[in-house]
Design a protein around this ligand. Structure first.
Ligand SMILES: [Ca+2]
Ligand SMILES: [Ca+2]
Ligand SMILES: [Ca+2]
Ligand SMILES: [Ca+2]
Length: 421
């Protein structure tokens, strides 16, 4: 899909015996999506802002000679108008908007640490974007907040994009002494159109850890598509063939060093397609028709070789929860107005294997794994017309070799809830 792939595979090719015909094809492919343009990179306090342009920008963020030093390298893309890489010191947070074009932003081997708070926010915007953290370490004494969006589409912004994005956290470490929050979203769509929306979202070989403080909380949210319509809006996402993978990863909230901690929790939520429709129009304070639809697609969610563990003594509660939802339709109606949410058919699969979910250390401990093929909530007053539709297909849910356990002095509850649609 991406120009980067086409380019790299050609560059790595040991032999260059390519027929003229094929050469011409490759060249035309590259011409269509050749990296270009300029990314404006500016430090604002300890935050590095990266703003692309409407061309296909391709940049790498590489480590400098010391922690919190970042080398920004453009690949056929200029940085602040220059073809040379540029070095920035004292970086604790990143804020990126890549705008139109098939953009690539990759952090490779970057090392950031903060005595307070670190936030990494990247929005690929319209286009088929690739956003990656590879072998990267982000640590903060307080909180780490990572948010990556393939695009955030609105009625008048980024609408019409194909939105086939790749978001990948690979071999990386996100750690804090209190809070770690990770939010990876293929697309949010508030009243616009996404023609494709086939996203690949991966967390692999990584550590997401809150420990060594007084309160420990880890939140991971992965959404393929979030379609939100209020009164008067129609939100459309195309095929939505999303692939979401969480593998070989440790997610830990631990108070082992401070046994007077009050709360340790882990919450992991993975939702593939989510339509949220409300016929109330917040601008007019009246009702209006509203609809949201995600097209058919063969989606997969796989959680493999992954550990979710809350541990260490505390005086409050410890809880670990893993929730996986295939299709979620929430519809709220308004009298005399029509609101509908539709998710097309497809052969969807949800797999959890060779993983564990465990909670220990508090007086009361809970471990909950909840898998829902479909999660539907429809509410409407008298006179409202509300519809939720989820297409058919051969869906499968498999849970293999995944112990769920909780143990405590007073209470320990481990549960697996399982509904398929
Ligand atoms: Ca883009
Ligand atoms: Ca761009
Ligand atoms: Ca995008
Ligand atoms: Ca999607």
């Amino acid at each position: 899909m991406f120009c980067t792939l086409a380019r790299q595979s050609r560059l790595r090719s040991p032999r260059r015996k390519v027929s003229l015909f094929r050469q011409a094809n490759l060249d035309s492919l590259e011409d269509r999506c050749v990296p270009a343009g300029n990314v404006q990179v500016e430090p604002v306090g300890t935050t590095l802002t990266l703003i692309g342009d409407d061309l296909s920008n391709q940049i790498r963020l590489l480590p400098g000679s010391q922690p919190n030093e970042i080398v920004v390298q453009g690949d056929d893309t200029t940085i602040n108008g220059s073809a040379d890489s540029q070095v920035f010191n004292g970086v604790e947070s990143l804020f990126g908007h890549l705008l139109n074009g098939d953009d690539s932003l990759r952090l490779i081997g970057v090392n950031i640490s903060s005595e307070t708070f670190s936030q990494i926010f990247v929005d690929g915007n319209a286009g088929d974007d690739r956003i990656e953290l590879v072998d990267t370490s982000i640590h903060a004494a307080g909180a780490v907040d990572l948010q990556i969006y393939g695009e955030r589409v609105f009625q008048g912004f980024a609408s019409g994009t194909s939105g086939n994005d790749i978001i990948r956290i690979q071999g990386s470490s996100l750690t804090a002494n209190a809070f770690v929050s990770v939010r990876l979203v293929g697309e949010t769509n508030d009243g616009g159109v996404v023609t494709g929306g086939n996203d690949e979202i991966t967390i692999a070989d990584s550590n997401i850890i809150a420990s060594e403080g007084f309160v420990h909380s880890v939140t991971v949210e992965i959404f393929g598509d979030i379609n939100t319509s209020t009164g008067g809006q129609t939100s459309i996402i195309g095929s939505g063939n999303d692939r979401i993978t969480l593998s070989n990863t440790t997610i830990l909230a631990s108070s082992e060093l401070f046994n007077f901690s009050s709360q340790n929790t882990i919450s992991v939520n993975i939702v593939r397609d989510f339509n949220n429709v409300n016929a109330f129009n917040p601008n007019t304070f009246e009702g209006d028709d509203a609809s949201a639809s995600v097209g058919a697609g063969n989606d997969t969610i796989a959680v493999t070789n992954t550990t979710l563990n809350v541990r260490g003594v505390n005086f409050g509660t410890s809880q670990t929860s893993l929730t996986i939802v295939g299709d979620r339709n929430y519809v709220s109606g308004f009298p005399n107005d029509t609101s509908s949410a539709t998710i097309g058919g497809g052969n969807d699969s949800i797999t959890i294997s060779d993983s564990s979910v465990s909670t220990t250390g508090a007086p009361s401990n809970g471990s909950l794994v909840e898998i829902r093929g479909e999660d539907i909530q429809v509410a409407g007053p008298d006179g409202a017309s509300t519809t939720s539709t989820v297409g058919g297909g051969n869906d499968s849910i498999d849970v293999e070799n995944t112990p769920i356990s909780a143990a405590g002095e007073f209470a320990g509850i481990g549960a697996l809830e399982h509904t398929s649609g």
